[in-house]
Every structure is written in structure tokens, then in C-alpha cells.
Ligand binder design. Sequence first.
Ligand code: NAD
Ligand code: UD1
Length: 331
Amino acid sequence: MSILVTGGAGYIGSHTSIALLKAGYSVIIADNFFNSRPEMIQKIEQLAGKKVIFYEVDVTNEQAVNQIFIHHQIDGIIHFAGLKAVGESVKKPLKYYYNNILSTLVLAKACHKYGVDKFVFSSSATVYGDNKVPFVETMDLLPTTNPYGETKVMSERILTDFGKVNPNFSVSLLRYFNPVGAHESGLIGEAPNGIPNNLMPYITQVAKGKLERLRIFGNDYPTVDGTGVRDYIHVMDLAEAHVAALEHLTPGVNIYNLGTGKGTSVLELVKAFEDANGITIPYEVVARRLGDIAECYADVSKAKRELGWEAKRDIVTMCRDAWRFERYYEE
Ligand code: NAD
Ligand code: UD1
């Protein structure tokens, strides 16, 4: 089977491409390197021991995307390509709506035109808004606080409506919780541009001495120790979940939470990182970050039941692997 992986040079897409190649799939990556680098393609090939086909294209460009379908037999698509900086999406909403919505539309149209009926979409736990934890797939979605989140809600809706009138179309909407960590080789991982917005890359950059200290956004939430609680999931577990999702696609819309089902607070993550790596992380508590919720973790029973998948790597492994990557990574 041949899978088109959009955004395959990015953080989650690169790890998933390796998992797909290892599982015997052929992989065609389409990426415009907006938030990634060309060297990633060779690294994927090196780690998987197999070649990929690569197209440097913007997947909002319909003509360019159609060329891929004309030249290759494609059995399924995993659509990772998207912009993901929440804060930037508030400042530049049109950029986010244009890129994230148009890419989904272009790919759904190509499915229709070229008879591709397997689609896996990168959604996010952000679509649950401030629901009561644990989040379950059957919950009503609540408004997100930013355009990024809305692009996920809208893309889910577009693919669902398309699926309703195309009975053979099988779509999996994967709602990721908080992906962290890196491939165990330390060769690939998360390398955000500029100062990281997310907690784990911030911690690893403090550990490396690139940043002075962690700023913890609030310690007055109604949680175990007052700091925000999230469901961190190792990126390789997430990668393997995509293989499981592809293998279990059935016609219609399939929605899955991908997390561990376990909440970890900011202070607990800092402690786990310190214990796992023997490094002290200096921190200070500052005001809450606008738009943050107190707790976010998944009910993961559906993925386990229907996909036969569950996360295997614990928080210590996540911290070790994140640090192994950061330690040797050179910009
Ligand atoms: P990433 O930025 O590392 O990877 C995205 C890739 O898509 C990049 O390589 C980028 O160059 C590419 N891209 C973006 N727009 C493109 C376009 N128009 N055409 C071609 N390529 C394009 O991000 P990631 O963390 O790997 O996230 C992958 C997907 O998962 C995104 O859709 C993101 O919204 C979603 N997601 C991520 C997280 C997370 O915490 N990382 C959580 C929930 C959902
Ligand atoms: C963020 C996004 C969310 C996205 C998710 C995964 C926001 C508001 N939300 O969620 O839409 O789906 O990433 O990519 O950006 N924290 C600190 N100090 C820091 C960074 C974070 O204390 O420097 C805290 C946060 O307040 C939160 C926890 O750490 O409690 C995790 O934060 P983060 O890694 O940014 O992820 P989310 O807030 O879950």
C-alpha cells in the first residue's frame, strides 16, 4: 500500500513515516518545508532503511497536488500538513484558515477525483474546549479559544460531510493530546523555531542552557498541585497509532483520542524530567497563560478497543528521549 503523507517532514509526520515504512508501506511525502528542513527526508530514510518518494509542494496548491495523484497509485492519505502555533493563529487568523482549511479541501477533492477512499486526519484535543475530563469522543465539541483550534473543528466537519455522501470513504479523525519525546535514536525530534510555546521543548532548552528558566503559567488551577494537567504521549506511540488507524479504517467517520489517559501536571513533568536525566530545571511561577484550561486528558478506551492500540512508553521514556534529541541537536 502506498500512503501520501502530507507534512511528512514535520515532527509527527517524520516519526509516522518511519513507522509506516517499518510496517511495510510505501511512503510519498509532500511538504513545503514551511516548518521543517530538507535533511529530514534523508534522516527518515536512514532510520527506516528504506527510500521515500518526496514532493516539495504546498498542499493548498491544487494543480501541484493533482500531479502527485496522476503520477502515483495512492491508496491512502495521512494529512499532517498544517500550521500549529496557537498564539500566532490569533494574530494571523487568515493565514491559519487559508492553510489549514484549504489543504484539507484540496486533498478531499483529490480523493474524490482519483478514487482514494482512505484518509487519516491530524486533529487535536483542543476541539473539546473546556469540557469535563476525561474527554470522550462522543462529547459535544466546545468552542476553542483560537483560530488554530477552529481549523481543526472545521476540517473535521468538512471530512465528515464529505464522508456522508461518499459511502466508500473511510476517514479517521485522530485527536492528539500532547505529543512529546523523540525517536529513540535521538536523530529526529521536535525542533521548534524561536522560543518554544510548548512545555517539553521549553524544558529541554532550559536543560541545555539555551533558556535561563522555565516560566510556569499559573499554580492556582484546581488540580493536584495547582499547575496545568495534560496527557503527554510519546511521539513514537502516536506514530504507531497512525499505522493502527490505517489498518482498521472502515467506511464512515472514525474518531479516536490518542493519548495515554493519564494526566501529568507541569510540576510533575519537571520532576520526572529532572529524575530521568539528572538535571535541575530552574523555574518561576508566573501568571496564567490566556486560553489555557486546567486539565486535559483522554479517555483512551475506544482506541484500545477498536484499533488494538495503546500507548506503551511512560513519562520517564518521554523525558529521556526528548533530552537525547535536544542534547545532540544543532541548529
Ligand atoms: P510540524 O510543524 O512539525 O509539521 C507540519 C509539517 O507540515 C511541516 O513540515 C510543514 O512544513 C508542513 N506544512 C505546513 N503547511 C503546509 C502546506 N500548506 N503544504 C505542505 N506542507 C505544509 O507540526 P507537527 O507537530 O508535526 O503537527 C502535525 C499535525 O498535527 C498538524 O496538523 C498539527 O496541527 C497537528 N497536531 C499537532 C500537535 C502537536 O502538539 N504537535 C497536537 C495536535 C495536533
Ligand atoms: C497547546 C495549545 C493547544 C495544542 C497543544 C498541543 C495553547 C493555548 N494550546 O496546548 O491548542 O493542541 O499545545 O500542541 O497554546 N506551560 C508552562 N510554561 C511554558 C509552556 C507551557 O507552564 O513555558 C504549561 C501550560 O500552561 C500547560 C502545560 O504547560 O498547562 C502544557 O502546555 P503546552 O505544552 O503549551 O500544551 P497545551 O497548553 O496543552
